[in-house]
Design a protein around this ligand. Structure first.
Ligand code: SAM
Length: 241
């Protein structure tokens, strides 16, 4: 696992871990982020307007999608189990659920205004390939927004977050998960979370990756309490000259 992605075996391990924690995923999220996770999602969701055609990659149980006010939303999710859970909370009039991956987006070229990857991009197996796909399906001037757990460049904040992810997240997840689920775990799914967190270099990595994939005006900002970051980049307008 590194900042560009992971091999097939590692990706299937990540996906198994996701499905394993599915039923109590949000309870764990709330606990390990001290209730901030939905604030971060809402901050990002506000960037989408009602008339935007929106694509969310890695929509899982729909926890981010449900905050979007857009009238045309596509969700791409590789797991049947998680997509099924999202059906219960999403409006079928506005949201189309598609089974697939961010590395092979089943939409036409230049068809989308905004793409969101919320706590999902870190789990993609080929992030360079996926950035290319996002660039393909976005309209000129369209924007990609990646929200993920904060991983600042080396320094005291990076150390603090690393300690939290490494030493606080697994025990907190165990508290939030029901004992019946814990008994089933052959391998603690939150160990996989630590591996994907370690696998990406720092917040700068996403920024560089987007810039190298042809996006412009690429920026990264911290969200509330600096526990998450939001990296944004625009597909350039076509030159008319
Ligand atoms: C931590 S969940 C995030 C779900 C949701 N976006 C949220 O805010 O809670 C990560 C999601 O990414 C999905 N995922 C993993 N690999 C993917 C890939 N290659 N392409 C698209 N989604 C992927 C997982 O199935 C999972 O639903």
């Amino acid at each position: 696992m590194d900042f560009e992605g992971m091999d097939e075996r590692e990706w299937h391990e990540v996906m198994d871990a996701m499905v394993e924690v599915g039923p109590f995923y949000e309870r764990v999220n709330q606990l390990i982020t001290f209730g901030l996770v939905d604030k971060w999602r809402k901050t990002a969701a506000k960037l989408a307007k009602p008339d935007d055609v929106v694509l969310e990659l890695g929509s899982g149980p729909g926890n981010f999608t449900r905050h979007l006010i857009s009238n045309k939303i596509f969700c791409i999710e590789p797991s049947d189990e998680l997509a099924l859970a999202s059906r219960k909370v999403l409006d079928p009039e506005r949201v189309t659920l598609l089974r697939g991956v961010g590395e092979k987006i089943p939409l036409a070229e230049s068809s989308v205004d905004k793409i969101f990857c919320v706590f999902s991009f870190r789990n993609f197996y080929d992030r360079v390939g996926s950035a290319g796909e996002m660039h393909r399906v976005l309209k000129s001037g369209g924007e990609v927004i990646i929200v993920d757990v904060s991983k600042p460049p080396e320094g005291p904040l990076a150390k603090l977050l690393e300690l939290h992810v490494r030493h606080m997240v697994p025990p907190l997840a165990r508290v939030a998960a029901p004992s019946i689920a814990r008994e089933r775990w052959a391998r603690d799914p939150y160990r996989t979370f630590i591996e994907t967190y370690q696998g990406f270099g720092s917040t700068k990595v996403y920024q560089e990756l987007l810039a190298e994939s042809g996006f412009e005006e690429v920026t990264t900002e911290y969200l509330e309490m600096k526990g998450a970051t939001m990296t944004r980049g625009k597909k350039p307008w076509k030159s008319t000259s």
